[in-house]
Write a protein that binds this ligand. Structure first.
Ligand SMILES: [Zn+2]
Ligand SMILES: [Zn+2]
Length: 283
């Protein structure tokens, strides 16, 4: 009997972990909708997480100290307006339904606004650039369901998207400029999971001339995703944009837009993405 019980517990344990990738959502708040009616000066449980979410992605000016409570204050209104403006939502300064829908979408782990970035048109560039156009890359491991050469095929296609519209050339080499790896949450730099907001980032990449590109193994990666899987190539094209020095664009159609739904394939660079890289490197 004792043996059977332990088997059952083990089964429940396995089930819990197998099912975990299916419950990914961008915010911890199950009841984000409840915040829709909250007015400035009012308060509600969960406002604190919205503040920290906006802070994390760069919507509070440097020097503004967050008041970590559930009150809807002036700073939150300004941060909401900045968020809505960047993403071309109606600038209401309120936690409205379009804002909630966007915040609930899974996203890249990189912030939308940083001190050193310059907003030109829609795209965002940084001051970090490569001083050469021939870049080498390596793939160190593969997520569940892939072999390393399968990941290489996906990334080779993603790199071709950028190479086709720029002077950049990418070559596989173990002594590499661009280093792609798949990791679980804590992996020595920035965790993918934010315990306050509940955000579970797809991936992040470092600006030139660092070259690290890290993907989150919590997601189920695919080349033909179901509605619960993430398209590896779509997110590879996006992260490579950061590797080349681009920041996020608020234009929904752009590859450098920070959000993408599970199951969505979005692999084609837009004029905005191409203009962004060209403005940075002036070719
Ligand atoms: Zn990104
Ligand atoms: Zn990392």
């Amino acid at each position: 009997m004792a043996v059977k019980l332990s088997h059952m517990l083990f089964g429940a344990f396995v089930l819990l972990f197998v099912l975990q990738p299916c419950v990914i959502k961008s915010l911890k708040l199950d009841s984000l909708q409840n915040l829709e009616q909250v007015q400035k000066g009012g308060g509600a449980s969960g406002i604190n997480q919205v503040k920290q979410y906006l802070k994390r992605y760069g919507y509070y000016p440097h020097g503004v100290k967050l008041t970590l409570d559930d009150r809807f204050d002036d700073f939150l209104e300004s941060a909401l307006k900045a968020y809505q403006q960047f993403l071309y939502l109606d600038v209401t300064g309120k936690i409205d339904s379009a804002t909630i829908k966007t915040m609930m979408t899974p996203r890249c782990g990189m912030p939308d606004n940083q001190g050193e970035s310059h907003l030109i048109s829609n795209y965002n560039t940084t001051n970090s650039k490569w001083r050469k156009y021939n870049l080498s890359y390596s793939i160190s491991n593969a997520p569940s369901g892939f072999k390393v050469n399968g990941v290489e095929t996906v990334f080779a296609r993603a790199m071709k998207s950028w190479a086709d519209v720029s002077p950049f050339k990418f070559t596989k080499n173990s002594n590499s400029d661009i280093k792609v790896a798949f990791y679980s949450n804590n992996h020595g730099d920035y965790p993918f999971y934010d315990p306050v907001t509940g955000n579970e980032a797809y991936a992040h990449a470092f600006y030139p001339q660092d070259g690290r590109v890290h993907f989150n193994t919590l997601y189920t990666w695919s080349t033909s995703p179901t509605s619960r899987q993430a398209d590896m190539e779509s997110i590879a094209v996006h992260e490579l944009g950061h590797t080349l020095g681009l920041n996020h664009s608020g234009l929904l159609s752009a590859i450098m837009y920070p959000y993408i739904d599970l199951g969505t394939i979005k692999r084609t660079l837009t004029q905005d993405d191409k203009d962004g890289l060209k403005a940075m490197y002036k070719y």
